[in-house]
Design a protein around this ligand. Structure first.
Ligand code: SF4
Ligand code: SF4
Ligand code: SF4
Length: 290
């Protein structure tokens, strides 16, 4: 059953980041580093790349706005998808979606294939390339993250309330209410409500975030005439085609087997022919059998 319909997830938790409230102070990043006992050296602030790495599970990136007054600071971290592509791609089941909403990763099961990195539509998982025994690293949003009050440390540290934590359905209500009460400020869109089947981490903004969050725009999907795909999870899109690979394998193997049998039969027939007519040995032109 797809996680989207999974009743266990109906009370799942998530985060809502209101980009209009973020001042780019990076206290969320610092709190995450402290809580997860990550190395203290910080990447340069507001780098053009997204700043995530094997030892940074969240970062603050600048929107690439042409107008300076529309440049915003946006938190980037795992979106804890409702139907996660990383989970579907993992060969050994190292990921799981918990009823709490988090997509957790079990390093003990990981074989280092990095398929999860390829599968994630938001380019989130990072690999510890500098470690002798590397693992995948990403935001956890689990019990290990909780600071006092039961919220993730990054949320508790935010001085402006730019990121809040709670039940996903309550966060959606909050987001809708904010858009309704301030339509001149917000774009009428909750980033993560529906994209790729929906995510547990969502965003409100007054400037487009598609590029920053690596979410496709509706126009991009419309241009490809596949607009409905924007609301489907990657596993649900791939599922109908999963049968193709084994069928291809069986078809190709059977085809090769038939060709081999045909050629072998022909070879044996030629040999029998030559054995029974030794005088014709050179007439067939099969010099390779001499
Ligand atoms: S954002 Fe990427 S890493 Fe996070 S749950 Fe979704 S697919 Fe997995
Ligand atoms: S939820 Fe946890 S791992 Fe993710 S950014 Fe917050 S503190 Fe870091
Ligand atoms: S702590 Fe809050 S205001 Fe500061 S960078 Fe993080 S989300 Fe933005």
């Amino acid at each position: 059953m797809s996680s989207v319909q999974n009743p266990e997830l109906s009370n799942s938790k998530g985060m809502l980041t209101d980009v209009t409230k973020c001042i780019g102070c990076e206290r969320c990043v610092e709190a995450c580093v402290r809580q997860n006992k990550l190395p203290r050296e910080f990447p340069a602030k507001f780098k053009s790349d997204d700043g995530l790495s094997g030892n940074r599970f969240t970062s603050i990136v600048k929107t690439d706005a042409a107008k300076a007054d529309l440049v915003r600071m946006v938190r980037r971290h795992c979106l804890h998808c409702i139907d996660p592509a990383c989970l579907a791609a993992c060969l050994v089941g190292a990921f799981k979606k918990t009823p709490d909403g988090a997509v957790e990763y079990d390093a003990d099961m990981c074989i280092g294939c990095r398929y999860c990195m390829l599968a994630c539509p938001f380019s989130i998982p990072r690999y510890e390339y500098n470690e002798p025994l590397p693992y995948i690293r990403k935001c956890k949003m689990n019990d290990e993250c909780r600071a006092k009050g039961g919220k993730p440390a990054c949320v508790s540290a935010c001085p402006t309330g730019a990121t809040i934590y709670g039940r996903r359905k309550d966060l959606l209500e909050v987001a809708r209410e904010r858009i309704k009460s301030n339509p001149d400020l917000y774009i009428d869109h909750i980033y993560g409500e529906k994209e790729f089947g929906g995510t547990s981490v969502m965003y409100l903004s007054d400037t487009p975030l598609n590029e920053t969050l690596k979410m496709p725009t509706k126009t991009e999907f419309d241009r490809l005439r596949v607009s409905s795909l924007a609301q489907k999870s990657i596993p649900s899109m791939v599922e109908p085609w999963v049968w193709v690979t084994p069928v291809q394998f069986v078809a190709v193997s059977s085809g090769l087997g038939v060709i081999w049998l045909y050629r072998r039969k022909k070879l044996l027939a030629n040999q029998n022919n030559q054995d029974s007519n030794p005088g014709n040995e050179n007439k067939g032109g099969d010099h390779g059998n001499r």
